[in-house]
Design a protein around this ligand. Structure first.
Ligand code: FDA
Length: 402
């Protein structure tokens, strides 16, 4: 015998719990199914354990999608201020860290507990851990076969997220269900991810692992009708295999394989002009000159990597060499050979094509009663609380519609 529900939400992560709570609090009979042993592991590890739960400046411009207009409706109906009101209602202490990013003062667990309490307030039932074996549509209803029994529901919400961090339970379930119902998928790929370089090419930079500094980074074309590029000023971190840090995670979402990224290691200084001007007056060695502006390990490493002698006197170097050094610092252009992949990616770019969905409700246009929300959809936020805001907003509008 199948258990009857109005709504079955598959995936009890950020979007799924938000949706289940909203639907339950409207009086719908809701069941949440998740295969994980531990609830909402991604929220738990987010923001270094303090969950960057939203960004007060979040708007459609902070998201990537084949249709940049798609996210507008949900984002305007459930705003960062709305989520903040919920956080305040639960007396969760928070602070703004940087560029509108809001974090818990204490622990991400508080956000999980809050969402659990909101689900309880909506009398949401749990089937967890439970796997989903199949979903079938029969007339106006859905039959969902799970390891915890058969569920018969009027609506199914897929909230199983993307492919990032398989170790904590990410699967391609959402894409498989989309394919089963004949829906288009924008090719998924790792985003907000460290970039890697050819081992031989990277050899000179390996000793710089651990060096961090604020840079400008850009990729692709920023002009034209369909901009594919972007530019960010954030911290960059050298690693043994390549580059990481917020600057690189941000640009990785825009980076196209095979293309270069350009990094300005000293965005506030025109290095070539300053070196040329100082040639007559600065008596120092090149290494010491650069160490005034850059971490000394980086100054040394850059000079070595670009074939300069750190002990050379500035005054002795030809102008063309100083211009070349300026370019290497203000416009360092490097071509990654790939990324650290889903193992390290914070999110998955791509997903269920937004053409298939209603932007007001997240329901599939061609399959009434079937919904996709959160990261399973082709809407990807920048780094900085935007991805959770999308999970809350898309979850809420679906929860109000089911
Ligand atoms: P989410 O991944 O949260 O939930 C999916 C759920 O579905 C999981 O509970 C999973 O177990 C379940 N599931 C998957 N397959 C299933 C199957 N086959 N059957 C049953 N259940 C299944 N964002 C942000 O805004 N601020 C931040 O601070 C961070 N920090 C951060 C750190 C790290 C390390 C990562 C990896 C990611 C972040 N993010 C983030 C991104 C953010 O965590 C992410 O975008 C949201 O959790 C997406 O919410 P969803 O509900 O869509 O998926």
């Amino acid at each position: 015998m199948a258990e009857q529900f109005d709504v079955v939400v598959i995936g009890a992560g950020a979007a799924g719990m938000m949706c289940a709570a909203a639907a339950g609090q409207r009086g719908k009979r809701v069941v949440l199914v998740d295969h994980a042993e531990k609830l909402a592991e991604k929220i738990r590890i987010s923001g270094g354990g303090r969950c960057n739960f939203t960004n007060i400046h979040a708007g459609p411009a902070n998201f990537l999608s084949e249709n940049p207009h798609f996210a507008k409706s949900a984002l305007s109906r459930y705003t960062p201020q709305d989520f903040l009101a919920l956080v305040k209602k639960y007396r969760i202490a928070y602070h703004e860290k940087h560029k509108g990013q809001l974090f818990c003062d204490d622990s991400a667990e508080q956000i999980i507990d809050m969402l659990k309490a909101e689900c309880n307030a909506g009398n949401v039932r749990w089937r967890m851990p439970a796997t989903v074996q199949s979903i079938e549509k029969q007339d106006e209803r859905f039959l969902v076969q799970t390891s915890a029994g058969l569920i018969d529901a009027g609506a199914v919400v897929i909230a199983t997220g993307g492919l990032s961090i398989p170790k904590i339970g990410a699967t391609d379930f959402g894409y498989r269900i989309a394919k089963q119902f004949g829906l288009g998928i924008v090719e998924p790929r790792p985003a907000l991810v460290p970039l890697t370089f050819d081992a031989q090419q990277w050899q000179p930079f390996v000793p710089l692992a651990g060096v961090s500094l604020e840079v400008d980074v850009e990729t692709g074309t920023l002009k034209g009708r369909k901009a594919t590029g972007a530019r960010f000023r954030e911290d960059l971190l050298f690693t043994h295999r390549g580059l990481s840090g917020p600057a690189i995670l941000q640009i990785s979402s825009f980076w196209q394989p095979g293309t270069p990224i350009t990094i300005n290691l000293l965005p506030e200084l025109d290095v070539a002009a300053t070196l040329l001007e100082g040639k007559g007056t600065i008596k120092k060695h090149l290494g010491n000159v650069l160490a005034q502006w850059l971490p000394s390990r980086l100054a040394e490493g850059l000079l070595q990597a670009h074939g300069f002698n750190a002990d050379a006197r500035l005054a002795d170097l030809p102008d063309a060499q100083l211009r070349r050094l300026g370019q290497a610092i203000n416009g360092w252009t490097v071509t990654p050979n790939g990324s650290e992949g889903y193992r390290k990616a914070e999110v998955t770019r791509g997903g269920v094509d937004t053409k298939e969905l209603s932007q007001q409700t997240m329901m599939v246009n061609s399959v009434p009663g079937l919904y996709f929300i959160g990261e399973s959809v082709d809407v990807t936020g920048w780094l900085g609380g935007y991805n959770f805001q999308w999970a809350w907003a898309s979850g809420m509008v679906a929860g109000l519609s089911v």
